[in-house]
Design a protein around this ligand. Structure first.
Ligand code: RP5
Length: 181
């Protein structure tokens, strides 16, 4: 287990209060077994200097907690929610039905169906309750999308996103040049 995952485990288990006081992004997941996937979102938000909180909130194991989280997130100042879940992954959709905030769903590969079950559960939301869905196990993209959403009213974040894109472009070009040699 890496340093970040250990730190997040400590936060989740209450052994550490090293959480941001005014989180702009809420990272929630159905189970601590989702953490190895969801930690990548935290890593990206750390890299961009975006504050976040991390919580285990299950739609079917702790529905009352899910209700309370989803209905209070906006008034607490959270601006975007990233919700990861596996299997019959109804967490992102349920949360989206209870909050006016944008919700980004991360389908987690958790069963013999290899994440396709989670993907379809999250992406196939009925009309009226949108959930932005990223690729299976790709919480990196969920965080990058959250940052782009926050960038609508944060020019500093837009500059950092442009730099991230530039770095990625250069990195890929260097890889291409190495192959040509
Ligand atoms: C979902 O069930 C969670 O999001 C997780 O992906 C999956 C399995 O949970 P555990 O049985 O590992 O706790 O609710």
């Amino acid at each position: 287990m890496g340093v970040l995952e250990r730190r997040l485990q400590c936060i989740l288990s209450g052994q550490s209060d090293q959480v941001h006081e005014t989180p702009r992004v809420g990272i929630i997941m159905g189970s601590d077994s989702d953490l190895p996937v969801m930690k990548d979102a935290a890593q990206i938000l750390d890299m961009f200097g975006v504050t976040y909180e991390v919580k285990i909130v299950s739609a079917h194991r702790t529905p009352e907690m899910m209700f309370s989280y989803a209905t209070s997130a906006h008034s607490r100042g959270v601006q975007v929610i990233i919700a990861g879940a596996g299997g019959a992954a109804h967490l992102p959709g349920m949360v989206a039905s209870l909050t006016p905030l944008p919700v980004i769903g991360v389908p987690v590969r958790a069963t013999r169906l290899d994440g396709v079950d989670s993907l379809l559960s999250i992406v196939q939301m009925p009309r009226g309750v949108p959930v932005a869905t990223v690729a299976i196990n790709n919480s990196t993209n969920a965080a990058l999308l959250a940052i782009r959403m926050l960038g609508i009213s944060d020019t500093d974040l837009v500059s950092r996103m442009r730099q991230y894109q530039e770095d990625m472009r250069e990195e890929n070009m260097v890889k291409g040049e190495k192959l040509e040699r």
